[in-house]
Design a protein around this ligand. Structure first.
Ligand code: HEC
Length: 112
């Protein structure tokens, strides 16, 4: 009985920790702390980033995001998004570039 109680308390704490991690931007590097992730996700969809990348790497296009490759820190990641923005004339504002990079970091690169 006591054992059972102890166990469920453990699960409770685990759950709280999980909720905290899921609802805060905990783990994002300083560069992306203020980023608007919702806006970033919308911009990735609106600018067809994935569609073009898919033509190059196949699948859903997300294989192009290679955390072990040349892009190995948050500011290089932001720089690459800025590069695509300029090259492709996407017309994103600086804070939009940051938002997009933050979403890519959260979903793919996972820099701390
Ligand atoms: C017209 C095609 C096209 C579009 C649209 C496009 N990209 Fe790219 N992107 C590329 C190509 C091609 C590469 C690979 C460049 C290389 O390997 O030198 C690339 C590479 C990248 C990389 C680096 C991947 C890595 O880890 O090496 C990032 C990040 C990226 N794109 C972000 C974006 C974002 C964000 C958008 C939308 C806002 C976008 N791209 C739209 C063609 C595109």
């Amino acid at each position: 009985m006591t054992l059972l109680k102890k166990r469920s308390a453990g699960y409770g704490l685990g759950l709280i920790a999980l909720i905290l991690v899921a609802t805060t931007s905990w783990g994002q590097p300083a560069l992306f702390k203020e980023a608007d992730l919702k806006l970033g996700a919308e911009l990735v969809a609106a600018n067809k980033c994935e569609a073009c990348h898919a033509r190059r790497v196949g699948g859903d296009g997300t294989d192009i995001y290679n955390p072990q490759g040349r892009i190995n820190n948050p500011s290089l990641l932001r720089g690459m998004v800025e590069y695509c923005n300029t090259e492709l004339n996407l017309g994103l504002f600086p804070e939009e570039v940051t938002a997009v990079a933050a979403v890519l970091n959260r979903d793919h690169y996972k820099f701390k």
